[in-house]
Design a protein around this ligand. Structure first.
Ligand code: PLP
Length: 395
């Protein structure tokens, strides 16, 4: 990244913190496979189990409920596909899967893949604010009671920051006799992400990813209650309770746990600080002609680190490149789909036309490096970028 680059893409990946890097360095000095029985192996195993306990404690789980994965995508696939298959193996009548229409592709495409196995997959609609339509969701759950394999609803949306009504949805899913998973990849650094205790409102399993919260790329976890049924998606040496075979990367796992601890300790202060920056950005965007901020109006219903706006007549990918040339890094839609220019499925689900507004969206996401001056620089650069993007063609 050039020295002067202003980084407004923390939802895509956030820099490794010094604490996480130090945890990685110390753990990487241990030579041994955590599955080996010699002293080096036992030392590596201690590193892994200590990290597991820390992740479990932060997310309200039992240590055995932490299944380390390569990141959020793998955790989501394991929850949705592994969860649905395990449920149906126990009862062949459980063949319906519910997800929101605005899930990250790691959930949405995993669920859609289940159709080829005979599952019915229902995608819940969202309102203009990007939050699941509770009445529609409740109605479809009631109609499907007794046949529900599972539901998966994200905690906070990666494009708009919209926080989903999990406190209402998770109990409704359970009332239909099924467990509820939540992709908490974008939420865990800023919100009170925890598994449900005995009878409260939280989800039964959550996915988390280290590189969204100051840890390294390539590690994450599915964190599940003991009663969340799972089957393995890949096969091998039987690590991670036979659910995720492959040598456990002790140093990555240690760095992940350190980053999660740090993020949770700073969570309230960072959430407050980023909410102020987001409010400043939202107000500034609102003052630019032809710009509409999307997602919930109520700041309490959005994660403080994400602001998404539609720029009238300006293709998101053109804006992204123009801002990049001006030294500002942001994202058009989600980074995972960014290499391919296509309308945002999130904005489309929110009712923005696919060939217009759903291609004119930009996401600015804040994090540990974000300051007032970054917001001011962005707001200064936007009018010229918009003028040029419009001449480049927006439709
Ligand atoms: N889920 C959400 C909500 C995300 O934002 C992302 C990353 O963009 C993922 C899942 C995928 O996580 P990973 O990059 O660790 O596979």
């Amino acid at each position: 990244m050039p020295q002067a680059m202003i980084y407004l893409d923390h939802a895509a990946t956030s820099p490794l913190t010094p604490t996480a890097a130090e945890a990685w360095r110390r753990a990487a000095a241990v030579v041994g496979n955590p599955s080996s029985l010699h002293a080096g192996g036992r030392a590596a195993r201690r590193v892994v189990e200590e990290a597991r306990e820390r992740v479990a404690e932060r997310l309200g789980a039992e240590p055995q409920g932490v299944i380390f994965t390569s990141g959020g995508t793998e955790a989501d696939n394991l929850a949705v596909i592994g969860g649905a298959r395990a449920r149906r193996a126990g009862d062949p009548g459980l063949n319906q899967v519910f997800v929101s229409a605005v899930e990250h592709p790691a959930v949405l495409e995993a669920a859609r893949a289940l159709r080829a196995e005979g599952f019915t997959v229902v995608e819940w609609p969202v309102g203009r604010d990007g939050r699941v339509d509770l009445a529609a969701a409740r109605q479809s759950l009631a109609a499907a009671a007794g046949t529900i394999a599972l539901a998966s609803v994200m905690w906070a949306n990666n494009e708009t920051g919209a926080i989903q009504p999990l406190a209402e949805l998770a109990p409704a899913v359970r009332a239909g006799g099924a467990p509820c998973h939540s992709d908490a990849v974008q939420a865990v650094a800023y919100g009170p992400v925890r598994l449900r205790a005995a009878d409260d409102d939280g989800p039964d399993a959550v996915s988390v990813s280290a590189h969204k919260l100051g840890g390294p790329v390539g590690v994450g976890a599915l964190v599940a209650r003991r009663d969340f049924p799972l089957t393995a998606l890949s096969h091998g040496g039987g690590q991670e309770r036979r659910l995720r075979s492959g040598t456990i990367p002790a140093a990555l796992v240690a760095a992940f746990a350190a980053a999660l601890d740090e993020a949770c300790d700073r969570r309230q202060d960072e959430a407050r600080r980023l909410a102020e920056l987001s409010a400043r950005l939202t107000a500034g965007l609102g003052g630019l002609p032809g710009v509409v901020v999307t997602g919930p109006q109520d700041p309490a219903a959005r994660s403080p680190h994400i602001v998404n706006a539609v720029f009238d007549g300006c293709l998101g990918e053109n804006m992204l490149l123009l801002l990049d040339a001006a030294g500002l890094a942001c994202s058009a839609g989600s980074a995972c789909a960014a290499g391919v220019a296509r309308p945002s499925h999130v904005l489309t689900a929110m009712g923005h036309p696919a060939e217009r507004e759903a291609r004119w969206g930009l996401r600015f996401s804040l994090g540990v490096t974000s300051r007032d001056s970054n917001i001011d620089a962005l707001l200064t650069a936007l009018p010229a970028a918009m003028a040029r993007a419009r001449t480049a063609g927006g439709e």
